[in-house]
Design a protein around this ligand. Structure first.
Ligand SMILES: Nc1ncnc2c1ncn2[C@@H]1O[C@H](COP(=O)(O)OP(=O)(O)OP(=O)(O)O)[C@@H](O)[C@H]1O
Ligand SMILES: [Mg+2]
Length: 465
């Protein structure tokens, strides 16, 4: 799936909204159905009540009529009259209530017509006649006719009531179904929403949170100096862009550092090379010339006439001067580049340094083989600077020098028991030493608490970087 985070978030939100929306729409429609069912239910109840009342009215009329016919007492006609008055309105209401159901409509009409006919064509004429002449009304056949009509109407009532009850039952069933549907829809919506939210949360954690966390951990590693740190760019959208940018940045930093280290190493190597050349020129040129001049002066001194003591003593003086100049030149060359280092390696060179130091040195060298030249030169000048500092600043009574080579690196520690307080500053020997060690990819530390001596430790890698 292509696209940025925004699109994915919008898509997931849209899906969630659709699920919730559909669920609510379903619930609303069910509520509407239930309201409709309830309204019909109420109408059915009224139909049942009305039908029962109408039936009772008919029975009342029939009973009153029969009582009057039997006794002639007008008293019986009071409920008959009341029923007669109430019947048309009740019948009309019943007909209205069943509108919409053709079968029940027909039954209601049938009841209404039968009732009206019962009154108009049978009961009222019968009562009128009886009022005029009660004896003329043959009581038995008249009541038989009434009973027949009432029974017919009762059958209609029974059918209407039974049908209405059946309808009520059917509605009850569909109401149950609607309820069940609503519960299922709500449950499905709820489960769907929870699932979607859980899925989306998992997705966010795996594709956004974790990659961001990994990237921030990588940023921490970079900040701590580990420029080889990289993140797998498995994020999505903007996260992948972020990760790629971080990796590109880390590569650029790493390349930059590598190039810088290489150029520092080249600069140091060029300096060392120049010093070695100067030392050789001094040794092979000036020094040889001075030696041959000294030999010539010694020869002249040997053949000088005995009667010229002044000349002889002048030649001796010149020879002494030349010897002193030669010693100074040797000392100078050693400072530029010690020949003993090129010839004998680090062990003998450090021994010669220790011998010439102005403070007593306890030397412990464990370097069985020759090391790469830049490493030997760096170690030699570092120890030389540390010994000079100890003599110059530390007021130390002793200096310990330990050098130990492993297959991977050379570790050298120089410790004095002096006043402490050493600090690398611009232009000083210590900062030049730090530069030299770092140019070779090494590490160096200077620990120098006041009054507790100074310890300088450096590691130089022996393998090609
Ligand atoms: N072993 C030591 N004990 C006490 N103080 C020291 C020691 N080494 C260095 N220092 C202090 O740290 C300062 C910096 O030393 P650094 O070697 O960089 O310069 P420097 O010795 O003064 O000058 P340069 O090395 O150029 O002759 C010194 O000036 C000195 O005060
Ligand atoms: Mg110094």
């Amino acid at each position: 799936m292509k696209g940025g985070l925004t699109r994915r978030v919008l898509l997931a939100s849209g899906l969630l909204a659709a699920i919730i929306g559909t669920t609510f729409a379903g619930l609303l429609s069910t509520v509407e159905d239930l309201r409709e069912i309830e309204a019909r239910e109420r109408r059915s109840e009224r139909v049942l009540i009305l039908a029962n009342r109408l039936e009772r009215l008919i029975v009342d009329m029939e009973t009153g009529q029969r009582g009057f016919l039997l006794t002639g007492s007008e008293e019986f006609l009071q409920p008959w009259q009341a029923a007669q008055d109430a019947f048309p309105e009740h019948a009309a209401t019943l007909e209205r209530l069943v509108v919409g159901n053709p079968v029940q409509e027909a039954r209601a009409q049938q009841i209404s017509q039968a009732g009206t006919s019962y009154l108009r064509d049978y009961s009222i004429p019968l009562i009128d006649t009886a009022r005029r002449d009660r004896a003329s009304v043959a009581t038995l056949p008249a009541t038989v006719e009434g009973k027949r009509r009432v029974d017919a109407m009762r059958a209609d009532f029974d059918q209407l009531l039974a049908a209405e009850e059946e309808l009520t039952l059917a509605r009850q069933r569909s109401s149950d179904t609607a309820n069940l549907r609503a519960i299922i829809a709500a449950a499905a919506g709820l489960i769907g929403s929870v699932l979607l939210v859980a899925l989306f949360a998992t997705y966010l954690v795996r594709r956004v949170v974790r990659p961001v966390r990994r990237t921030s951990a990588m940023a921490g590693q970079l900040a701590a100096g580990d420029l080889s740190a990289r993140v797998p760019d498995r994020g999505v959208g903007e996260i992948a862009v972020l990760q790629r940018s971080f990796n590109t940045m880390a590569s650029a930093l790493e390349n930059g550092r590598r190039e810088l280290a290489a150029s520092r190493a080249r600069i140091v190597a060029a300096g060392d090379h120049a010093r070695r050349r100067i030392e050789r020129d001094l040794h092979d040129g000036t020094q040889q010339r001075l030696v041959s001049l000294l030999l010539q002066v010694r020869a002249a001194e040997a053949v000088a006439p005995a009667d010229a003591p002044q000349l002889k003593s002048q030649l001796v003086e010149v020879a002494w001067g030349l010897t002193g100049a030669l010693d100074e030149l040797r000392e100078l060359s050693r400072g530029i580049h010690p020949a003993i280092l090129s010839e004998g390696g680090l062990g003998p060179a450090l021994k010669s340094l220790a011998r010439r130091a102005a403070v007593p040195v306890e030397l412990n060298v464990n370097v069985p083989t020759r090391l790469p030249e830049p490493v030997e030169v760096a170690a030699y000048f570092a120890v030389s600077e540390a010994l000079t500092n100890a003599a110059k600043h530390a007021q130390a009574s002793v200096v310990w020098v330990d050098a130990k080579a492993s297959p991977e690196s050379l570790r050298v520690a120089v410790r004095d028991d002096g006043v402490g307080g050493a600090e690398a500053g611009p232009g000083g020997g210590l900062i030049g030493l730090v530069d030299r060690v770092q140019a070779l990819g090494g590490t160096i530390s200077v620990t120098s608490p006041a009054g507790r001596g100074t310890t300088l430790v450096f590691d130089l890698p022996l393998n090609d970087r």
